[in-house]
Design a protein around this ligand. Structure first.
Ligand SMILES: [Cu+2]
Length: 146
């Protein structure tokens, strides 16, 4: 037989619960931002030289080819990497452009692309190198109207 136990603590009032919910959402959002910025900063191969070339150049709205070249610190091409490209605009609220670059010659990686809007863009190249390290580089460029 279980004796009746009166509750001494009352349930939190709705305003307290709302405050807790907002606090939890904020904490999750802050954690998410920190993860995103850590990913962007995680370049583990600073001695590798990465260059971006775009065609057409200067960039205009519409179809384009993006080419990343990787070279080691002696200037030799670096083959065998896997490269993912992400294009973001400097203003908020746009879907990023995403593409994988395929190796077309030793150390040369190309992706088909389509600039969707004129303005200031930054392309983030994230490469997994043959030795397992991650290379992250950001390239800023301006896309014009055709
Ligand atoms: Cu835009």
């Amino acid at each position: 037989m279980t004796p009746f136990k009166p509750r001494t603590a009352s349930a939190p009032r709705p305003s307290v619960r709302l405050l807790l919910a907002v606090l939890i959402i904020l904490l999750i959002a802050i954690a998410g931002c920190q993860r995103a910025s850590q990913q962007a900063a995680a370049d583990q191969a600073p001695e590798i030289v990465a260059t971006l070339a775009v065609a057409p150049d200067p960039a205009i709205v519409g179809p384009a080819t993006l080419e990343i070249q990787l070279a080691d610190d002696s200037g030799a091409p670096l083959p065998g990497a896997r490269i993912a490209l992400k294009g973001d605009m400097s203003h908020a609220g746009m879907q990023p452009l995403l593409a994988d670059a395929a190796e077309t010659a030793a150390g040369v990686y190309q992706a088909q692309w389509s600039w969707s809007m004129a303005g200031d863009w930054f392309v983030t190249a994230t490469a997994t190198l043959p030795d397992g390290r991650t290379l992250v580089r950001r390239f800023d460029l301006t896309v014009s109207r055709p």
